[in-house]
Design a protein around this ligand. Structure first.
Ligand code: NDP
Ligand code: 8X3
Length: 258
């Protein structure tokens, strides 16, 4: 039997890309899901699609903006009883906005990127980790980035947010080493999702140019790594996993970003 059978997995940013792929793959492994994001209609579609092939998979849908601490707490408090004992938290919601030198970043982008990629993760951890500590059971999986290990030009804001997530993951790993709770950071390179479309504010040409001539990863490639980490035996902790397309060797991708 799968080690993930019957586990409760909460995924942020499950409406698209890596998060949606994680939801599908955890469901295939027998887990039950709490799927969250701002676009509730996408989550409802995903729930229907998953339950069409895995009718036994229980799925709770919750519209959530991780930037809002009160909403995060309310979402967790309002979980139905059968979803309250979260085993695995996948902090996946995140975004980049534009490609700019640090002196040119838009102030609105500073708020959105840091509030989502950093504060949002802290809010989720504050709301969910205490329950994991009480139950002496849990796994926090943070979706970092190669951009959190190696900064690239014109990406300072996004890189800073992912460096912060890397630090949070490392601190938590130390803090939880004397508990059964595991912390994993998955650090993808280029993944073709809605990420670039969001980054370039809906400009499909600019987004498409990012992946021209490059075989990028897809959401499923990353989800496989997430599910691998989550399904190790209880005494095995996957700390970090850097996963890139074969044609990528550093964050300075073979594509001109600006
Ligand atoms: P997508 O744009 O396809 O997915 C991003 C997800 O995050 C969406 O489901 C979106 O849902 C959700 N999201 C964004 N802002 C918020 C918010 N404030 N509250 C709740 N949910 C939010 O991109 P990816 O799947 O590629 O990105 C997933 C993660 O992977 C991100 O953390 C990203 O930084 C990271 N990553 C991506 C890489 C790539 O090349 N694509 C590489 C390395 C890391 P909604 O809009 O419905 O709220
Ligand atoms: C997103 C990857 O390098 O395109 O984390 O910014 S990158």
């Amino acid at each position: 039997m799968s080690r993930l059978a019957g586990k409760i997995v909460l995924i942020t940013g499950a409406s698209s890309g890596i998060g949606a792929a994680c939801a599908r793959q955890f469901a295939q492994s027998g887990a039950h899901l709490i799927i969250t994001a701002r676009r509730e209609e996408k989550l409802t579609e995903l729930k229907k699609a998953i339950q069409a092939s895995q009718p036994e998979c229980q799925i709770h849908v919750s519209k959530l903006d991780v930037q809002d601490n009160e909403s995060v707490n309310q979402m967790v408090n309002d979980l139905p009883d059968n979803f309250k004992k979260i085993n695995i938290l996948v902090n996946n919601a995140g975004l980049a906005i534009e490609i700019d030198t640090v002196d040119k970043v838009e102030l609105d982008a500073v708020d959105k990127v840091l509030n989502t990629n950093v504060r949002g993760v802290i809010y989720m951890i504050r709301a969910i980790l205490p329950g994991m500590r009480e139950r002496k059971n849990g796994h926090v999986i943070n979706i970092g980035s190669i951009a959190g290990l190696e900064a690239y030009p014109h990406g300072g804001l996004y890189c800073a947010s992912k460096y912060a997530l890397h630090a949070l993951s490392e601190s938590m790993r130390h803090e939880l080493a004397d508990t059964p709770i595991r912390v994993t950071e998955i650090q993808p390179g280029m993944v073709e999702t809605e990420f670039s479309l969001v980054r370039f504010k809906g400009d499909a040409d600019r987004a498409g140019n990012m992946y021209k001539g490059v075989q990028a990863l897809n959401g499923d490639d990353v989800a496989e790594a997430v599910v691998f980490a989550a399904s190790r035996p209880a005494h095995v902790a996957v700390a970090d996993m850097l996963i890139m397309p074969t044609c990528q060797s550093s964050s300075k991708i073979p594509v001109k970003r600006h």
